[in-house]
Design a protein around this ligand. Structure first.
Ligand code: GLN
Ligand code: ZN
Length: 757
């Protein structure tokens, strides 16, 4: 037995087959039978990949047509009232996406990943009822192919922790209502076969778990483990350590504990306890959420360290988390540089790594098959080549980072803003936008054609300039005060910069599921980052040349660039971020030297990167603030620095926001009136604030009256001198005929309010 394990496999399909068929189905261009056909062929393929790689513990029920939390809600019969009357076929996707009569269930981030799950809605009056159909049939599907799977479930404690109560009260009150459903489920599973492994995911254990929640672990797993002798339960957590929970789990009759040793190094502290309990350890040592080839030699060494605490026979070698968070396979990367491609490993390739690691760990090297020896040699040399490649080391950049002497800009805020207000001379309640304007089909087409070299640079430039001309003209006519160029040249706010920085790589097919049928393709940082030439100066200067008004320059901040990229694992995040911050600081200097007076540095993903454990927050905040300040350190006192964040909740982080020391911050408060602005007043926040006054996520055009109302509400909290007026995010996903009247109304609203003041 090879004793290896995969927590879960991605399901969207290596060519995004599931995405494509779902979107056809939603557009009523294919039948549900068609969806099922694709789904079942994907499952077969994915099981076979794992089997062929020599994986022993292969999952079923890791597949989903939309999301596993949603599947779990359906399994429990936790169907919100507004969907109750729908038939099976309509029900599932209506819950996920809404329908004409009912809004969709909420969606939110799965821990600190970029995957989003559907938030179950629970209430005390619910009557839960087991629906095990999907789980049982997936097991049988695999078995029919001769593959005996472990069954993946989301655990009751995590399920409740991530759900919301729609009546008053908290979700954990429902624990004793849902536990019997899980028992009934396990009883059914026990009848499927002799000896079935059930993996119960409890990632909630990696957060700072309250005693109240910890106290549920024992009753929960005592009960579930006693359902049947046929079932071996593995309780799995990932993304951080879960030492508090492990202390309890070792006293329950479960069979194994699955831990992430890459993102939860502290799990190491639990090894003795686990050994004493005689339980198996599923050791997550192959990174499930990054794209780098495992360093097998190093990992084998680490496994030996684990084996110094735990009997080798008790160890099972695994991915650190579900491979859902990494792209599918390198097979379709046709354009990637060969040298770089040889450093990477996506989900399918990770299977072979896990399999090989288990052979290296459990067998004598000499007894391995020649092809395994060869694969190991290849892995050694790929890692050696990567370490020593000229392409990842740039001594100039490294020296510059070591010698940084200026970590922040000159002048305190009070001094800067006085100078800025004199030069920029904007009125109170100055109007602006967040940067992007509608991305029309023409703009997208031009960008794509240019990328494929179907049109020349000249033609492309002309198209972009024509867009900028229109954009500037509209803003002038509309009466907006601080203009933007509209960002027509940008596909994505991170990729655009990545493409212009050395040290950044891009994949053709590195898609990772973000939610439902949506995937993202994050760029990756493989080497030292440098900026061969200015990235935005030409476009912004062109836009500035078209108007007498002030044109705002637009950059993406270092924290957001990091949080939305796959980051190299051979250098500390601290150092990588500094390299990016330095490149941005050079860009800022170039912009101001070109006459640009206001520069916005977007930090859309600032909050997303927050650590899962409170103990790590201070360090994260220090890192984020330092690097933002370093990025803008070149800005002269008179250059006004804006930032934008796609959030509205600042209560916990207001001091950190203040410490970033941007002159102006625009935020996403349109849906919360002035409620969430109060914190800025409470802490005596000095800098200027642009609370979004209308919601750009909806096609609705807000009226003048409601925006007047909105501005007046804002003025109840902050004085006019401190307020800017803007939409709550970039406009790129909207249409021109929504944007134009909305912004016209916004400007009129400001005039009315100014008239009153
Ligand atoms: N400047 C960017 C835009 O307007 C900001 C987007 C964002 O923060 N998500 O598109
Ligand atoms: Zn935003």
């Amino acid at each position: 037995m090879s004793k290896n394990y995969v927590v879960g496999f991605p399901r969207i399909g290596e060519q995004r087959e599931l995405k494509k068929v779902l979107e056809l189905f939603w557009a009523k261009q294919c039948s549900f039978t068609e969806v099922e056909k694709v789904a079942s062929s994907l499952k077969v393929r994915h099981w076979n990949y794992q089997k062929e790689a020599g994986i022993e513990y292969i999952s079923s029920n890791d597949f989903s047509l939309y999301d596993n939390m949603l599947d779990t809600a359906v399994m429990l019969g936790a169907i919100p009232k507004r969907f109750e009357t729908l038939n099976d076929e309509e029900l599932y996707f209506s819950m996920a996406r809404g329908n004409k009569d009912a809004v969709a269930m909420e969606m939110t981030k799965w821990f600190n990943t970029n995957y989003h799950y559907i938030v179950p809605e629970l209430s005390l009056s619910d009557n839960y009822q087991l629906n095990a159909a999907k789980i049982l049939s997936e097991y049988k599907e695999a078995k029919a192919l001769g593959i005996k799977t472990k069954i993946n479930l989301i655990g009751p404690i995590t399920f409740l922790g991530l759900s919301k109560r729609v009546d008053r009260g908290e979700s954990y009150e429902l624990f004793f209502k849902i536990l019997p459903i899980y028992e009934a489920l396990l009883a059914k599973i026990a009848k499927l076969d002799e000896k079935i492994t059930v993996q119960i995911d409890e990632p909630i254990f990696v957060q700072d778990v309250e005693p109240k929640v910890l106290s549920l672990i024992k009753p929960c797993y005592d009960t579930l483990a006693k359902v049947s002798d046929n079932i071996k339960i593995v309780v799995t957590s990932y993304f951080e350590h879960s030492n508090e929970a492990t202390k309890v789990l070792v006293h329950t009759p479960i069979w194994a504990i699955g831990l992430d040793f890459l993102y939860g190094e502290k799990n190491f502290e639990s090894l003795e306890l686990i050994e004493k309990s005689g339980k198996k350890l599923v050791a997550g040592v192959v990174d499930g959420r990054n794209i780098w080839k495992n360093d097998l030699k190093q990992t084998a060494g680490f496994l030996e360290k684990i084996a110094s605490k735990i009997d080798k026979e008790h160890i099972i070698i695994s991915s650190s988390c579900s491979l859902l968070h990494s792209p599918f396979t390198l097979r379709y990367e046709e354009k990637m540089d060969e040298e770089i491609q040889n450093w990477l490993s996506y989900a399918v390739e990770k299977l072979s790594e896990i399999s090989l690691l288990s052979k290296l760990f459990f067998d004598e090297f000499d007894s391995l098959r020649d092809e395994d020896k060869k694969a190991y040699e290849e892995n050694l040399s790929a890692n050696f080549e990567r370490k020593n490649s000229k392409r990842i080391h740039n001594p100039k950049v490294q020296t510059r980072v070591q010698n940084i002497s200026k970590f922040q800009r000159d002048g305190v805020y009070e001094e800067r803003i006085k100078i800025q207000k004199e030069i920029l001379a904007y009125e109170d309640l100055a109007t602006t936008t967040i940067g992007s304007f509608p991305q029309t089909p023409e703009v997208r087409k031009a960008r794509a054609a240019y990328k494929k070299s179907e049109i020349s640079k000249d033609v492309y430039d002309q198209e972009m300039k024509a867009y900028i001309d229109d954009c500037v003209r509209f803003q002038e006519e509309c009466g907006i005060e601080i203009l933007v160029h509209g960002e027509p040249e940008r596909n994505d706010m991170v990729e655009y910069f990545g493409e212009q920085l050395d040290g950044y790589g891009f994949s053709q097919n590195g898609w990772v599921q973000s939610y439902g049928s949506r995937c993202v393709k994050p760029p990756f940082i493989y080497g030292d980052i440098s900026r061969p030439k200015a990235m935005t100066v030409d476009w912004i200067s062109y836009a500035q040349s078209k108007t007498q008004k002030i044109m705002k320059g637009m950059l993406t901040g270092p924290v957001t660039i990091l949080n939305w990229s796959f980051v190299r694992d051979d250098k500390s995040r601290e150092e990588v971020t500094k390299q990016i911050a330095i490149a941005l600081s050079d860009e800022i200097d170039d912009l101001q030297n070109a006459g640009i007076k206001i520069i916005q540095v977007d930090e859309a993903a600032f909050k997303e990167g927050y650590p899962l454990r409170v103990e790590n927050i201070a360090l994260y905040e220090k890192w984020a603030v330092e690097n933002f300040r370093l990025s803008v350190s070149t800005a002269r006192k008179e250059t006004q620095i804006h930032t934008h964040m796609c959030y509205s909740e600042f209560n916990d982080i207001i001091k950190t926001i203040e410490a970033m020391d941007a002159d102006v911050i625009s935020i996403e408060t349109a849906r919360s009136g002035n409620e969430l602005l109060k914190i800025f007043k409470e802490v005596g926040y000095k800098q200027e604030v642009g609370p979004g006054i209308y919601d750009i996520h909806s096609p609705r055009i807000p009226s003048v009256e409601e925006m007047v109302e909105q501005i007046r509400h804002l003025l109840e909290v902050l004085p006019k001198e401190q307020l800017w007026i803007n939409p709550d995010c970039g406009l790129k996903t909207r249409k021109w005929d929504e944007v134009k009247p909305s912004l016209e109304n916004m400007v009129k609203a400001v005039e009315i309010v100014r008239g009153d003041l």
